[in-house]
Write a protein that binds this ligand. Structure first.
Ligand SMILES: Nc1ncnc2c1ncn2[C@@H]1O[C@H](COP(=O)(O)OP(=O)(O)OP(=O)(O)O)[C@@H](O)[C@H]1O
Ligand SMILES: [Mg+2]
Length: 271
């Protein structure tokens, strides 16, 4: 069963006379509430931005020092020292990744991440991301395939943001698929624009895991690699493009994520 994750916002128009007065008052209250919320979001984004920036800088220095040690610059290492440094390297890379994800998310929430729309051939973006993922998949002996049509309509999109969304989906597909598994990416034109399918034959998800999806920090493996931000960011990017994201998954049988991106310019975005 496909799980539609996009919430639609309802709204209505008021009538004349008393209704109009009431509406004006309500809308004044709503604007005040909205302004207050915007301020809160902005303040929170500022805090997250400075916190993750403050964390990222010393962490990058720690990782740099670890790299020098592992290269043997100050002298040769014993196997035990090498093992401890591997842990340090891995963990600092994880936290730097988390800081970067938090930064992106905070910027998106504060409305600072305005998509820079161009006429984009989505299959070209998908090809670049698949190419970048090939070596990781090869390390895990996973097969990765890309299916694109010969002619693709160009749609208004931000290629960098789209690449980020595809990378998140593909890195999940690889992480949650065992050695020797398969990942298939299909890009196809549809009536309303473009559809992108990312399918894996990996672990799949239970019903509970599926319902937790797209919630911040809802990682299936709290103590392992993930931070639980990838899909929140992916969903936000798709929504910024006026698109939808859906998932079809079965525990132990694999997962398909479907993104649809409209051919028209998203509402409120520059053309
Ligand atoms: N292709 C998939 N197959 C199985 N489970 C998945 C798949 N994609 C996502 N999940 C589940 O959804 C959870 C949330 O994914 P999400 O990408 O948001 O976070 P994450 O991968 O844990 O961390 P990160 O922030 O590093 O991406 C995952 O931890 C996993 O449990
Ligand atoms: Mg992820």
């Amino acid at each position: 069963m496909w799980l539609l994750t996009i919430a639609t916002l309802g709204g209505g128009l008021a009538g004349a006379g008393l209704m109009a007065l009431r509406t004006r008052r309500t809308s004044a209250a709503r604007s005040a509430e909205l302004a207050q919320l915007e301020e809160l979001v902005q303040r929170r984004a500022d805090q997250v931005t400075s916190l993750s920036h403050e964390l990222r800088t010393p962490l990058s220095m720690i990782r740099g020092a670890v790299e020098l040690l592992r290269e043997g610059t100050p002298g040769p290492l014993t196997p035990a020292q090498e093992r401890f440094l591997q842990v340090l390297d891995h963990q600092s890379t994880q936290v730097i990744g988390l800081c970067e994800s938090l930064l992106i998310q905070a910027k998106i929430e504060a409305g600072l991440f305005v998509p820079r729309l161009e006429r984009v051939d989505v299959s070209v973006v998908a090809r670049d991301v698949v190419t970048a993922m090939r070596s990781l998949c090869a390390q895990r002996q996973q097969r990765i395939s890309l299916d694109t049509p010969q002619v693709m309509p160009r749609i208004p999109a931000d290629p960098m943001l789209l690449a980020q969304a595809f990378t998140n989906l593909l890195s999940n597909a690889s992480r949650f698929t065992t050695t020797g598994g398969s990942i298939d990416v299909r890009v196809t034109p549809i009536d309303t624009g473009v559809a992108v399918y990312v399918t894996d034959d990996g672990a799949g998800m239970t019903r509970e895991e599926r319902h937790r999806l797209f919630h911040r920090f809802a990682t299936g493996r709290p103590l392992a690699d993930g931070t639980g931000l990838g899909l929140v960011i992916t969903k936000t990017i798709v929504e910024l493009h006026g698109g939808e994201i859906m998932v079809h998954t079965a525990s132990r049988h694999g997962t398909t994520f479907l993104l649809t991106l409209p051919a028209g310019t998203p509402t409120g975005s520059p053309s």
